[in-house]
Design a protein around this ligand. Structure first.
Ligand SMILES: NC(=O)c1ccc[n+]([C@@H]2O[C@H](COP(=O)([O-])OP(=O)(O)OC[C@H]3O[C@@H](n4cnc5c(N)ncnc54)[C@H](O)[C@@H]3O)[C@@H](O)[C@H]2O)c1
Length: 260
């Protein structure tokens, strides 16, 4: 068994592929020679991808809620039928909220955990079973967040979910290593996506500028290139259980000079 093959002809399944980071990961993986199965929660989110898939033998598109275990099992089986294998997963489907802890409804907290943690688990487990069966190894990349590493205001549910993604990544890396499956997470800083356009107020943006050495928001493509690196065993074959911050220096920063 080897995890050191290059990407040519390999197959990645991406969740949350219709928007933001997932969409950028699709572009970057396709450019690197991967065939891609793109999943998002419903047909309404998938128009753009359906058009693109119509002209491509290397793109499979499916509507699927990652929280629906039976639907995920069915989609994974369709992908194996279509492409014959799966080598990697990008768990980018996620939801967030910026809401004071005392105002956070329990239902909202549960929904965020359900999508971000349980949904990522359902997909990772379904694909890991396929990879184990195939015997060629593979890789999983989960989307954590700097909000899962630090206690940012308003993130009691979102931050807890991403903290859980961090630990889940480390446990999966441990449990799946014997099958040649590497499991890593990316902890993005603020990235310009539709999610952030909805969640970040002008004040949030000013606060981030103050605490980030690079003093700018990242782009989805900057996360996507880290995804390609972590999925490709020929360049990251000895990395597993790692949480890679792609955050303009936010996680590591102490006092920053010259900022108000
Ligand atoms: N944008 C950021 O600044 C940032 C920072 C840290 C972490 N993240 C994480 O990166 C991931 C992608 O975020 P984004 O900014 O691209 O968000 P986005 O809202 O632009 O895209 C998320 C996609 O996930 C899909 N999705 C949501 N729930 C789903 C479900 N139950 N089943 C299937 N698909 C579902 C949505 O339809 C959407 O297309 C998320 O996990 C997010 O928490 C984002």
């Amino acid at each position: 068994m080897t995890t050191n093959d290059g990407p040519s002809g390999r197959v990645a399944l991406i969740t949350g592929a219709a928007s933001g980071i997932g969409f950028a990961a699709l572009d970057a993986l396709a450019a690197a020679g991967w065939r891609v199965a793109a999943i998002d929660r419903n047909e309404a989110t998938l128009d753009k991808l359906r058009q693109r898939a119509a002209g491509s033998a290397a793109l499979h598109v499916a509507a699927c809620d990652v929280c629906d275990e039976a639907a995920v099992t069915a989609v994974v089986s369709d992908v194996v039928k279509r492409f014959g294998r799966i080598d990697g997963v990008v768990n980018s489907a996620g939801i967030g909220a910026d809401i004071p802890a005392l105002d956070t409804p329990v239902d909202l907290f549960r929904r965020i955990l359900d999508v971000n943690v349980i949904g990522s688990f359902i997909v990772a487990r379904a694909v890991a079973r396929v990879i184990k069966e195939g015997g060629n190894g593979g890789a999983i990349v989960n989307m954590a967040s700097i909000s899962g590493l630090r206690g940012s205001k308003g993130r009691v549910a979102y931050g807890a979910s991403k903290g859980a993604v961090v630990t889940m990544t480390q446990v999966l890396a441990n449990d799946l290593a014997e099958f040649g499956i590497r499991v890593n997470a990316i902890a993005p800083g603020p990235i310009e996506t539709p999610m952030v356009a909805k969640l970040h107020s002008k004040e949030d943006r000013e606060l981030y500028m103050r605490y980030m050495p690079m003093a700018r928001y990242g782009t989805p493509a900057e996360i996507a290139s880290a995804v390609v690196f972590l999925l490709d065993g020929s360049v990251s074959g000895f990395i597993t259980g790692e949480i890679l911050a792609v955050d303009g220096g936010y996680r590591g920063a102490g006092i920053i000079s010259g900022r108000k």
